[in-house]
Design a protein around this ligand. Sequence first.
Ligand SMILES: Cc1cc2nc3c(=O)[nH]c(=O)nc-3n(C[C@H](O)[C@H](O)[C@H](O)COP(=O)(O)OP(=O)(O)OC[C@H]3O[C@@H](n4cnc5c(N)ncnc54)[C@H](O)[C@@H]3O)c2cc1C
Length: 452
Amino acid sequence: MSYLKTDVIVIGAGIAGLAAANSIAASGLDVTVLEARDRSGGRLDNHKFANGDIVDIGGQWLGPGQNRSYRLLAELGGSTFPMFNKGNNLFHCHEANRSYRGTIPSINPLYLAELGWLMWRFERMAAQITPDDPMSHPQAADWDSRTLHSWLQSNCISETAFDLFATGVAAVFAAEPRDISLLHALFYARSGNGWNNLLSVDGGAQQDRVVGGTASMCRALEKKMQGKVFHNQPVRSINWKARNVSVETETNEYHARIAILAVPPNQIRRLNFEPSLPADRDQLWQKMPGGTCIKCVAQYAEPFWRNEGYSGQSVAPQKTIRVTFDNTAPDSKSGLLMGFIEGDQARHWGTKSDVERRKEVLKCFAAVFGADALMPLDYVDRDWAAEPYTRGCYAALKGPGTWTSYGNLGRQPIGALHFAGTETASEWYGYIEGGLQSAERVTEEARIIFDV
Ligand SMILES: Cc1cc2nc3c(=O)[nH]c(=O)nc-3n(C[C@H](O)[C@H](O)[C@H](O)COP(=O)(O)OP(=O)(O)OC[C@H]3O[C@@H](n4cnc5c(N)ncnc54)[C@H](O)[C@@H]3O)c2cc1C
């Protein structure tokens, strides 16, 4: 086992770890990044089809308000292109299609009014939350004692409005309303500039995509670290004190003044700490499971749905794939249709074989866009709950009582250990932008310690 010494060890080469490593290194400190996988990027990754077309198989969108992300992308020499959003969207219900434009599907006016009221009410409650301190709201304890499901039950009259709101919840959280505390859902919406914003394409969180894919940002950040990012180095154990830390992988032992853990909560719990971490921190992480999502992309000779005036966006609350998008990039040589399997459906389909899942996904695409969807050139999916070193997405969820019991504990340092990652963010929790906010915070923590 070799022995290496550095100022700062960053564990995890996702967007948060790499952004933190770069800005700390820019202060003149020696920084070493340890990454378990054979690539950087974590929840950001590309898939390359045989014809060279690239698709984001993890996180893909940027939108207004995610200023750090756009700034970083520009600094790295990257650029965005607008998400394809022309033509009619489709609402698929009881095996029939209805066209609509914008975010809200065309449904019976009574249900539409109910859904509109529900969204207005949720939005108004979310607007009252202070993202830095959700517990400061006078009703925080009450809202954190309920699930989003129980709030919907007491505020919905029709099953249609419930199902449509739940489809939005699945799209945003990769979970069911019963999995999430009402307070966490409100915090999440507030931290991402509002519920409607999280659901929207133009002017919202799904507005833009990154040329070459979001993972290209991580590759560029890694390159700037000039050989200080080590792949295939899963950290197994951490021996920590107040003013120094040693970290062991299978092959090496690293020593530093501080370590920054930029890995999701469920992964931190797989590490051995000596001495053990305080009980409250471990219990907080025990209560932060990842959501469940399988991202599916079918490749066709062309985006055939566009020929019929469709945008590729659809909502189908009763199907395995509840939402779809046209993931064809301007330079794609083929048509790429993307859909998410989320929450309960992902738990179910994650247990099935690749062949069964592909068949089901194509069946869903065909139900909405016609039989042409049954004959793709190629197909790929990624079950993020099955991925070692991630085990759930889009981000960790908080069920009832978690905010009340632990507040913002997750981002407080413990001795020489500091914590980054999107799950420690107050702005855009769960998003790339949240990862970058956390990187700013730990950079500041490091600068204070080293006085640089
Ligand atoms: C399917 C999907 C769709 C999404 N869509 C969007 C979107 O459109 N827009 C958006 O902004 N966000 C989206 N997200 C969320 C976004 O990808 C994440 O918020 C962000 O990438 C998190 O970055 P991070 O650095 O905090 O964590 P991660 O990306 O999870 O990075 C953690 C890193 O730590 C490594 N690691 C784990 N354990 C160890 C260990 N023991 N030793 C060493 N290394 C370890 C992991 O391999 C990983 O590289 C999506 C995510 C997914 C999966």
